[in-house]
Design a binder for this molecule. Structure first.
Ligand SMILES: [Zn+2]
Length: 328
């Protein structure tokens, strides 16, 4: 056999196998998505998302203390208002007594070293369940949408969020949020993580159960990207980079590894996040339950594929598991 044929000598030992990654998986690469509801004492199981719950503000201490002790470094908060008056423009999104703003303040005081990101969108708070403000005919009215979304983002920054992460996919919102953060004195105090390439995926089902955010009519295909849209995704990544995003995100992750790799090449100087979404997480669990593979092995394979593609930050419901599985 030719010398050039032999590769296995290079990875015959567990340690030399660990050196094959360009980047090692670490606990600090994981950001844990958390659902915060407006019943302060809630601890409600989400049946479609194994092991995950909707939490009330009063339960965050007992829920997160053991995770922080195990090395949890960051969370991303999703508001799940169940008792508020929703309207056309998502007024409850930045209610000072709403679950997200209360949770930011609570977490900042409980866990000074925990990095707190907040998802920013209107769909959990609008009467129609869409991510922006609508014209009478049901189409997106872009300017008031980005204005409103920027206001919500600034409210979260003022409350103490280290990072705001708009998931709405409205055109121009990154520039609008960055501008408003700067104008309000938070330009150097709050990171802007853009859901840049967010696809209209079938994998969001369990999240919608968890967050109660299914639209009351139509779908989100006019603002989320078509699954086939490689070129559009590349344009969105470049646009958001130019508009002032500090972190670029691709969502979902596993069916879009090529887009993660593209983003790593298009925005090589930005941290690159990907979201292992609810349906991906549920799929890994379902396959393990069906005996297709072992859960931990597949969970590792899934996130290692994302790191291999170029991700430096992974939003995942597996975060608590990886705090147990990883040494550092
Ligand atoms: Zn939304």
């Amino acid at each position: 056999m030719d010398i050039s044929s032999i590769l296995q000598g290079g990875y015959q030992h567990p340690l030399s196998r660990s050196w094959q990654g360009r980047r090692q998986l670490t606990k600090s690469m994981f950001m844990y998505p958390i659902f915060i509801t407006d019943d302060p004492n809630a601890s409600v199981i989400i049946p479609t998302l194994p092991g995950q719950r909707r939490w009330g503000v009063n339960k965050l201490e007992e829920f997160l203390t053991p995770l922080v002790q195990k090395g949890l470094k960051s969370v991303i908060l999703f508001g799940v208002p169940l008792n508020c008056e929703k309207d056309e423009r998502g007024t409850p999104a930045d209610d000072q007594n709403g679950p997200v703003i209360l949770a930011i303040k609570k977490l900042r005081s409980l866990f000074p070293s925990l990095y707190i990101a907040c998802d920013v969108c209107l769909c959990e708070y609008t009467s129609h369940g869409h991510c922006g403000v609508l014209f009478a005919d049901g189409t997106i009215d872009t300017e008031p949408s980005v204005d409103r979304i920027a206001d919500v983002a600034v409210s979260y920054a003022v409350a103490g969020a280290h990072c705001v992460a708009p998931s709405d996919m409205m055109d121009g919102r990154i520039k609008a949020i960055k501008r408003k953060l700067i104008d309000e004195g938070y330009g150097n105090k709050c990171t802007l993580m853009s859901y840049s390439a967010k696809f209209a995926s079938s994998l969001y089902g369990p999240f919608r159960d968890a967050a109660g955010s299914a639209p009351s009519f139509g779908d989100r295909k006019c603002y989320q990207l078509p699954p086939s849209a490689k070129g559009l995704a590349r344009r969105a990544i470049q646009r958001d980079t130019a508009e002032g995003a500090d972190i670029i995100m691709v969502k979902p992750a596993m069916p879009y590894l090529d887009i993660i790799a593209d983003a790593a090449q298009l925005a090589p100087d930005h941290p690159l996040a990907c979201y292992q979404v609810s349906g991906e997480f549920a799929m890994v669990h379902a396959g393990a339950a069906a005996g297709v593979y072992e859960l931990k092995t597949m969970a590792f394979e899934s996130v290692e594929s994302m790191v291999r593609a170029g991700a430096t930050l992974i939003l995942s419901y597996f975060t608590p598991d990886f705090l147990d599985w990883l040494e550092a």
